[in-house]
Design a protein around this ligand. Sequence first.
Ligand code: CO8
Length: 258
Amino acid sequence: MSTVLRSSPAEGVARLEIHRPQALNALMPEVLIDLDAHLSAIESDASVRAVIVAGAGGKAFVAGADIASMASMDAWAAEAFSALGQRVLDRLSGLSVPVIAAVGGFALGGGCELAMAADIVLAGPNAKFGQPEVKLGVIPGFGGTQRLIRRVGPAAALDLCLTGRMIDAQEALRLGIASRVVEGDVEEAALALAVELAQLAPRALTAAKRALHEAANLDLAAAQRAERSLFALCFATADQKEGMAAFLAKRPATFTGR
Ligand code: CO8
């Protein structure tokens, strides 16, 4: 059985569930390979307009890379595991459609790294985030040091990575790891948000993602050139004509994805 289950809880929405509840959804190499296969399928499925990533069982989103799998690795195997995790999380982050992480319970180590690869991180009231790797004698290895420092800056990133301390949803929100804290059921909130995003103009969302992701790695002038090109590209879509015409006619827009 696959360790990642795909479902379609609403039109245009794909939900990927990391499914190892007996180990708090810890990421073995097999999980990353299964996730990668789902991402391939999603990349070539034009009907998908938004993706939710969640964990099974309610207690954890993902409690990290699988410690039992890592315990006996040599340095070469560890490098390969790290490269696999980095590649798959980059792929998730690079999807053309928006990705929502629905974090209920623990998002630790590789789980926090997985959440940070999403575009929007929704934290349930019981969510707990952290990079506790130092307590195991290692460091984050799925891109976490880099995504964390870009998200929260050096003071908080060093605090979290050097102490390995766990933080709650409110602190994660304050630092910028979580995008929003949800009072009720995080799964319901993630679905409502995914449905909302799935109804927007998909090419505009793709352009927004590219502009924001590319900007993070470019100087201001180059990032603004990239933004300008992506902004212009939106004017080649039917959805731009529809969005603006609908506004001017004071009616709701109906986007077709063209
Ligand atoms: N790996 C493997 N098994 C795990 C993991 C994990 N990360 N987390 C939990 N489990 C298992 C437990 O062993 C336990 O199994 P069993 O029932 O068979 O004993 C089951 O899940 C339930 O866990 P607990 O009984 O421990 O539940 P508690 O409620 O007491 O505690 C915690 C929950 C606090 C989340 C606790 O399980 C914990 O601390 N887990 C480990 C968290 C952690 O350290 N994560 C970081 C892992 S390292 C990492 O992610 C590195 C990423 C980069 C890798 C780079 C590649 C080389």
